[in-house]
Design a protein around this ligand. Sequence first.
Ligand SMILES: C[S@@+](CC[C@H](N)C(=O)[O-])C[C@H]1O[C@@H](n2cnc3c(N)ncnc32)[C@H](O)[C@@H]1O
Length: 387
Amino acid sequence: MTPGARIAAAIAVLDEVLSGAPAEKVLTTWARRNRYAGSGDRAAIRDHVYDALRCRRSFAWLGGAETGRGLMLGAQRASGTDPSSLFTGEGYAPAPVGAEEAGQDLSNAPDAVRLDMPDWLMGPLSDSLGDRTEPALAVLRTRAPVFLRVNIARADREDVRAMLAADGIETAPHPLADTALEVTSNPRRVAQSRAYLDGLVELQDASSQAACAAVPLEPGARVLDYCAGGGGKALALAARGARVTAHDSDPRRMRDLPVRAERAGAAIVTEETIADADRFDVVLCDVPCTGSGTWRRTPEAKWLLTPERLDDLCRTQAEILATAARHVKPGGTLVYMTCSMLTAENSAQIEEFLAASKGWTLTLSRRFSPEDGGDGFFVAVMDAPST
Ligand SMILES: C[S@@+](CC[C@H](N)C(=O)[O-])C[C@H]1O[C@@H](n2cnc3c(N)ncnc32)[C@H](O)[C@@H]1O
């Protein structure tokens, strides 16, 4: 496909996404209906679509309309390209640019447009991020790096780098965590690489790895991962020698965990219900959240979030903390994590829990910003009273 034809395809996909269809589904259907498109075309169209969803408001401003065509016109202007070189109307390229499609200069745009956020979120975000709001949100407008977690139970980071390099995948150690590698070439080859198939690496964001590394663990500690989902955190803690029980209120979300655990050589037990009397050395609550720290990867989510949904999530987070805390043994540890940048989901939850729970002490509270290289993330560690 020509560059113009790829843009025309992205416009068609974006129009469906803007009318409410999930981007992944529309991209898959598009690929099925257009078998002539090769993997390079599909990847390029996907990149156009996700770039446009990340920068939806600024591209619409520059492109003169919040439509697939407006977004793609805006994308060209944002990258300093005159769209008329690609919008030619020739072959499968989009129709030439009309006089009414001039768009507007971004320097006159409101902050929420320039930074690609819904208006209502600018207040909560600047309350949370203070003078780092603009740089953090600027990072969310860019593509996310791909990170791997080295399974330190079975391999050394440098040996794994060499193995990946032998499969044509270049990586660089990342300062956020001793286990983290940033993939700098051929990320699409990871799932077929020997290191991955042998369980020596897993895909996991670097902030998430750093948060897992901050969990205090005695050798052989019994850990309950109360919101285990696909098991990313459970696997990271098992690699550090923890004996992990994985639980989730929706057990279907743990479906892939046994296979991932087997590949990593980790003994993780999954439990649909945790007995009232069961107590653990460490209980981890990686709670459902807005995911605002991960919006580089899931840009559709930032446009779908509403104040009501945020309130619902905060209520669920408080309930989970209160319930999970009952499974911490006396003197044990409760860990709370989110991939959010919002105070309401982070330190405010911890303050509320500590105010309502006698004898608990906060031993660590750490925020990670997208400016650090990984996702926006939060971890808090609390010690239970010893009696
Ligand atoms: C952020 S995701 C977990 C991601 C996972 N820990 C990982 O590292 O891959 C949150 C999980 O919490 C689960 N969840 C939601 N409400 C819950 C509840 N009341 N109790 C336990 N788990 C819950 C969701 O089903 C979801 O899988």
